[in-house]
Ligand binder design. Structure first.
Ligand SMILES: NC(=O)C1=CN([C@@H]2O[C@H](COP(=O)(O)OP(=O)(O)OC[C@H]3O[C@@H](n4cnc5c(N)ncnc54)[C@H](OP(=O)(O)O)[C@@H]3O)[C@@H](O)[C@H]2O)C=CC1
Ligand SMILES: N[C@@H](CC=O)C(=O)O
Length: 365
């Protein structure tokens, strides 16, 4: 049996669902995979809780009763006492935390992340992080950076590493914007109302402006571009921003209060559609020309993107072996359940790749 200690940063939509899935599947992992996944650390932006026994289904109570004010080294000091592999899981959207990945790796943690920021900081940071991880034989998994639980990152990586040239990746990269524009195009509803519904259903980023500004899709394009071997920066991406300048500087609460100021411009875009068209938010990565574009477009209802429903994402990958007909991946591209499952799949992948470790007596259930 391999015992692995999990430390989860971020207890929101995705983090909470991940905790539930780990606890529910605990026996399955032990029996089927010989993995004892034990959540020993929880953190939000302010507080931290550690327990060598592992948290239980009553973790919210445990956290509120026993958590302590978070300090930079909280997890490091605790983890030093246990000679078992440890994985830090980032289920936040924090830039600050992303910048700590090299230090977290320096403390011997494997890293699994749903947060796209570390992979979309400068190319220099990207390369340095990988150098640190590799020098310590540590794993870094981030399948949920693109398409939530859909297998996009691994597919592009596998193509690239098998010597296949990837030419282009196009599609609807955002489950949140998929949900928003699929509904907005079909229903007689205010744009602001659909955005609020998407936020409440856990489909958007913590700040929905990250989606509406095009930045979140831009990050996904950059993650895939780098996976396909390009050395590019975030500033190289051409992005259409759907947030009017006045709302860009507001606090999140102010922005949500003023959300209806987006209604008029979006209604105009809807009025401009021809009868057979719908609005879709598209990402286009042209690997050969090294161009990345993010924009809202009118597409035919009959096109593959035009036919999408719900929070579906849609990815067309063109490469040497998929020239005329692309390799297509489609399915829920956002949502707490699918994203948490994607994180869990990355955790299990790391667990399975690790050598059997002797489990110290005090760690046995
Ligand atoms: N929702 C989805 O469909 C998908 C989400 N993702 C990614 O998952 C991540 C989380 O999304 P989601 O769960 O919806 O977000 P939520 O807003 O629901 O939760 C974010 C959590 O992160 C915590 N947090 C913020 N900053 C820090 C920090 N510095 N250290 C520790 N914890 C911190 C917050 O704590 P506090 O309450 O104290 O602020 C909160 O618990 C994002 O990066 C998102 O892009 C990826 C794919 C799909
Ligand atoms: N905002 C994201 C959610 C996960 O990354 C998306 O729309 O896909």
């Amino acid at each position: 049996m391999k015992t692995i200690h999990l430390y989860i940063f971020g207890l929101g939509n995705v983090g909470s669902k991940l905790i539930q899935q780990v606890l529910e599947s605990h026996e399955f992992f032990k029996k089927q995979q010989h993995l004892n996944l034990r959540i020993v650390g929880l953190a939000n932006s302010r507080r931290v809780y550690t327990t060598s026994k592992g948290i239980t289904a009553d973790w919210k109570n445990e956290f509120s009763k026993h958590s302590q004010v978070r300090e930079e080294k909280s997890f490091y000091e605790f983890s030093e006492d246990y000679q078992v592999p440890k994985i830090a899981i980032d289920a936040t959207a924090s830039k600050e935390l992303s910048k700590f990945y090299p230090e977290i790796a320096g403390q011997g943690f494997h890293i699994v992340t749903a947060n796209k920021i570390a992979n979309t900081l400068s190319q220099e940071f990207y390369d340095q992080l990988r150098a640190i991880l590799n020098s310590q034989n540590l794993k870094f998994e981030y399948e949920t950076n693109v398409g939530a639980g859909l297998p996009i990152v691994q597919t592009v990586r596998d193509l690239y590493h098998s010597g296949e040239q990837v030419f282009a990746i196009n599609g609807v990269f955002s489950g949140s914007l998929g949900y928003i524009f699929n509904r907005y195009s079909q229903e007689d509803v205010l744009f602001s109302q659909v955005v609020m519904d998407a936020l409440q259903n856990g489909f958007t980023e913590p700040d929905p402006r990250e989606d509406l500004s095009g930045n979140d899709v831009a990050r996904k394009l950059l993650v895939l571009a780098r996976e396909a071997g390009l050395k590019l920066e975030f500033e190289d991406i051409e992005i259409e921003n759907l947030v009017v300048p006045q709302l860009q500087t507001y606090s999140l609460n102010q922005f949500l209060t003023e959300l209806s100021s987006l209604d008029e411009q979006m209604q105009q875009r809807k009025n401009d559609l021809k009868p057979n068209e719908v609005l879709r938010h598209l990402g286009q990565l042209d690997v050969r020309n090294q161009t990345l574009t993010v924009s809202l477009q009118a597409v035919s209802k009959d096109s593959p993107a035009g036919q999408l429903q719900g929070s579906d994402g849609f990815f067309e990958i063109y490469s040497e072996s998929y020239t005329k007909e692309p390799l297509v991946i489609k399915g829920a591209g956002a949502g707490r359940e699918v994203t948490a499952r994607g994180l869990l799949s990355d955790i299990v992948k790391i667990g399975r790749s690790l050598k059997q470790q002797p489990v110290p007596q005090f760690c046995v259930n």
